[in-house]
Each structure stands twice: as C-alpha cells, then as structure tokens.
Design a protein. Structure first.
Length: 90
C-alpha cells in the first residue's frame, strides 16, 4: 500500500508517526485519506485552489509531482510519497 513519509516538523499532525500508509489510487485521494486520518494535513499541503502549496514539495518515488501528472499521479502499492517543506535561507 502507498505510504507517506512525514517530515519532523509535520509529525505533530500525525501523532508522531513518520510513515503513514494509505489506500488510494491517486495522489489527490491519498492526501484526502491522510487528512481524514490526521486532520490538518490537507490545509498544510494544498492551497485554496487544491494545488500543492508553493513552499511544500511532494515527491512520488523521488520525483517531484509538479514535473509529472501532479495530484492526478496514479499510485501503486509500493509507492512512497515524501512531503518536503521548502527550506529558505541565505
């Protein structure tokens, strides 16, 4: 089953879980399911238009979803979705 890798800063939303499995056919459904298990994720990951927030990167098996099918990306049982908050600095 596909699973999310939850970064440290967002583990307060996941009850401390670093990996959260989901049953979903595409990334959008996976985010919905993650949010139903742990409310608050959808608002942190998606903007008001339902697209990934500018400063949050979603990777499906090490590939940025913005470079592929986005939230319509199909998921397989072995897929891993990484949430990577953007880091700014100078």
């Amino acid at each position: 089953m596909p699973q999310f890798r939850i970064p440290g800063p967002l583990r307060t939303l996941s009850g401390g879980e670093s990996v959260v499995p989901v049953v979903a056919g595409d990334l959008r459904s996976a985010i919905d399911q993650l949010d139903s298990k742990f409310p608050g994720f959808k608002g942190r990951l998606l903007d008001d238009e339902g697209e990934p927030r500018q400063f949050v990167n979603l990777f499906l098996n090490d590939e940025d979803v913005r470079l592929g099918e986005g939230l319509d990306s199909k998921l397989a049982d072995s897929d891993e979705i990484a949430i990577v908050p953007a880091v700014a600095g100078g």
